[in-house]
Design a protein around this ligand. Sequence first.
Ligand code: FAD
Length: 288
Amino acid sequence: MIPGSFDYHRPINLTDAVALLSGFDGDARVIAGGHSLIPMMKLRLATPGHLVDLAAIKELKGVSAANGDIVIGAMTTQHELIASELLAARLPIIRETALLIADPQVRYLGTLGGNVANGDPGNDMPALMMCLGAFYVLQGKGGERRIAARDYYQGAYATAAQPDEILTAVRIAPPPAGHGYAYEKLKRKVGDYATAAAAVILTVANGAVTTCAVGLTNVADTALYAQAAAQAVIGSKLDKATLARASAAASAIASPAADGRGSAEYRRKMAGVMTARALSRAFVRANG
Ligand SMILES: Cc1cc2nc3c(=O)[nH]c(=O)nc-3n(C[C@H](O)[C@H](O)[C@H](O)COP(=O)(O)OP(=O)(O)OC[C@H]3O[C@@H](n4cnc5c(N)ncnc54)[C@H](O)[C@@H]3O)c2cc1C
């Protein structure tokens, strides 16, 4: 398949990128790693007249600590997330999740910004960012604003971003040292999108769960923040009955479509199973 024709722009700073994006009356899209956008253009599901490539904008790259937050530039690749020592020390669940995305070739080019901005419910990072309570930093012609990942997703490929806004960074207040974490992803084979997946971050004190957050991937039109599932385990020692309640709460908010990965009923059930597995593994990892 051949994409429609388009003009290619390669700005070297954010100001120029925003000006370009807002200058084409909604007919421009930014391109990051291109691993989601180019296939969509080849299928003519996206037909932008202008592509604004973010690859030459250095300020959009890198992982740093600032004012207690971890700040990840939108153009940081999934490969760079895996290699980051700062993330390994403070947010190891990001590495665990990135390693389950596609294959090394995709991860060398695919970016965190592209993964979360896209609004594809099959992408793994949005549910993780909801679980972590991350904020997205958006830059448009009206200036900068921040929006919680939990408020960003409105439907499949529909987000709270305006057409002239570029996601510049993701900010995360890291959970305390010794927290438990796990990303559990059921997939048919290496490189596949999730049949269902769950991200869990929790803390434990005196053997009981004190805080917990759960995010779900690819079991609805958007990534889901599973508040009731997390609430179900607070104060518990994660006994079998509690795990079953949390699992049922996760399944209850899932509304997957039937596809090549299974029936809607199966995928809804798997949302609960992945949640229980992630909770159990996170609990074992927590130092409480
Ligand atoms: C074979 C294959 C398997 C894959 N498997 C998985 C998987 O298992 N899990 C998973 O999560 N992903 C998977 N992906 C998707 C991959 O991770 C993509 O790279 C990623 O989702 C999009 O990142 P990108 O940098 O390539 O973005 P692009 O494709 O360049 O852009 C995607 C969309 O986001 C927009 N965008 C990009 N960057 C920004 C920004 N900074 N600000 C505003 N809008 C922006 C673009 O305009 C476009 O609409 C797979 C891809 C392939 C090809």
